[in-house]
Design a protein around this ligand. Structure first.
Ligand code: EPU
Length: 424
């Protein structure tokens, strides 16, 4: 009997090959930071290529509570109005729902001289400390006090500092860069994160009037400017490389041929090389990728690394692909201590995956077998959908609200290219 999808459920049935074109929306991990950056300058900011995802709505709520309301004036467009009257407080109810709320710390501190932020919690894949954000801002003159679950930071005016990260943290780089934009003097960040989303943020800040050298490199030099040197801008969000990778993974396990429009090959070159090793034939067109799936994927070994390495966010997709590939693949996680929880769900579908510390050994089986599974986080949720495409019968995925946080109409986009997937 066919399973009925509940409101927080997706039902996937394997139907075979996918054919057609998928448009990749703007990146969650960029747009949320671009939204936070509007705190720095008064005026009417417009972001385009904004994905229709729940995290954007939560960030919009947080910014509205701080004093920057927003509205949409067309598809994929978000207008944020900063009239300069800001309340530098990020309350628990909003912070606990979205990790990227930490990105208001740098802009609010440099703009208002103080901020009270409820401490962000961990994720299902482990604790996510913010010690590097704090140490960097302290080096710039901020003082932190922690009480009753809130972090309170104060600084008369932040000053430039030389900061070297022990690890190229995405969020810490973003917070320090945004704080340094209005600081007194020059801030250098060595071992800065170089992710395309960090570059996107820096490019928007430069368009707003910030002075940032070394954008895209691991050494950023930010020369502070006065507040009236910044202005509101219109900025297009960089396309989402993780979503592009998701549609390629769906193709890999289903067979067929897809055009992925608005995918930036240069932002995912290491992953595309690994996908090619697995047998996908991928050609780069003008702002798009054309990909053809092999008869069966081949197993490979993969290790996650900070950009330009293979991102940790791709890993659940890669493990899902390996679970139906020919051979044995070893996947090593180098960013998060415990990001393997979805493996239990994959094994429910018949995958042969063993984890040991930072490693997963995946022995490919010809086909998975549909069953009820749970999405534990955004990326694991997308991997469950891909696994459903590789499984005989029906796969019923619960915890779909996680997928909604970061995927703009995953169900509709897959249905458009021939998948059988539905949601109540
Ligand atoms: N870390 C620390 N101390 C810090 C900051 C980071 O120990 O002060 C550790 C983290 O605990 C983690 C590692 O460094 O083990 C990486 O953290 P990073 O700061 O680079 O990540 P993030 O900014 O918290 C962003 C994305 C994540 C993505 C990572 C790595 C956003 C909102 N989140 O997180 O995306 O996995 O970079 O690329 O941009 C997702 O989208 O599902 C997601 C989890």
């Amino acid at each position: 009997m066919a399973a009925v999808a509940g409101p927080d459920q997706i039902v996937v049935r394997r139907v075979g090959e996918l054919h057609g074109t998928v448009d990749v929306p703007g990146a969650k991990n960029s747009v949320l930071k671009l939204m936070a950056a509007t705190l720095l300058a008064d005026g009417r900011h417009t972001l385009t290529n904004v994905p229709a995802i729940v995290d954007v709505s939560i960030m919009a709520e947080l910014l509205a509570a701080i004093g920057v309301p927003s509205s949409s004036d067309g598809p994929g467009r978000l207008v944020l109005t900063n009239d300069g009257d800001l309340v530098p407080v990020a309350p628990y109810e909003l912070v606990e729902r979205i990790r990227a709320s930490i990105n208001v710390l740098g802009p609010l501190l440099t703009r208002c001289g103080r901020v009270r932020l409820s401490m962000p919690g961990g994720d299902d894949f482990g604790a996510r400390p913010i010690d590097m954000h704090i140490a960097g801002l302290e080096a710039m003159g901020a003082t932190f006090k922690f009480s009753h679950g809130d972090l309170e930071a104060t600084a008369d005016r932040l000053h430039g500092a030389d900061i070297t990260f022990g690890f190229p943290s995405v969020g810490a780089t973003e917070n320090i860069v945004t704080a340094a934009v209005l600081a007194d003097g020059v801030t250098t960040i060595d071992n800065a994160a170089r992710e395309p989303e960090v570059v996107d943020l820096c490019e928007m800040l430069v368009a707003m009037g910030a002075d940032i050298a070394g954008v895209g490199s691991s050494r950023l030099v930010v020369t502070g400017v006065e507040r009236d040197a910044l202005c509101a801008v219109e900025h297009r969000t960089v396309p989402d490389r993780i979503q592009a990778a998701t549609y390629l993974a769906a193709l890999g396990v289903s067979g067929g041929c897809l055009t992925i429009r608005d995918a930036r090959a240069e932002h995912m070159s290491n992953l595309l090389a690994r996908y090619t090793d697995m047998g996908l034939v991928i050609e780069q067109g003008d702002g798009e990728l054309q990909a053809v799936a092999p008869e069966r994927l081949r197993a490979i070994d993969v290790a996650t690394l900070p950009y330009p390495g293979v991102a940790t966010d791709y890993k659940p997709l890669v493990i899902t692909m390996l679970s139906v590939a020919d051979g044995v693949g070893i996947v090593t996680e180098n960013l998060y201590p415990g990001r393997f929880r979805y493996v239990e769900e994959l094994t429910r579908l018949g995958a042969d995956v063993r984890t040991n510390g930072h490693h997963a050994v995946v022995r490919g089986v010809p086909r998975l077998s549909g069953a009820p599974v749970r999405a534990h986080d955004i990326r694991a949720g997308a991997a469950m959908v891909v696994a459903g495409l590789a499984a005989e019968g029906e796969t019923v995925i619960t915890g779909v609200h996680h997928i909604d946080r970061g995927y703009d109409d995953l169900v509709g986009r897959l249905n458009n290219v021939g998948a059988s997937i539905e949601r109540a």
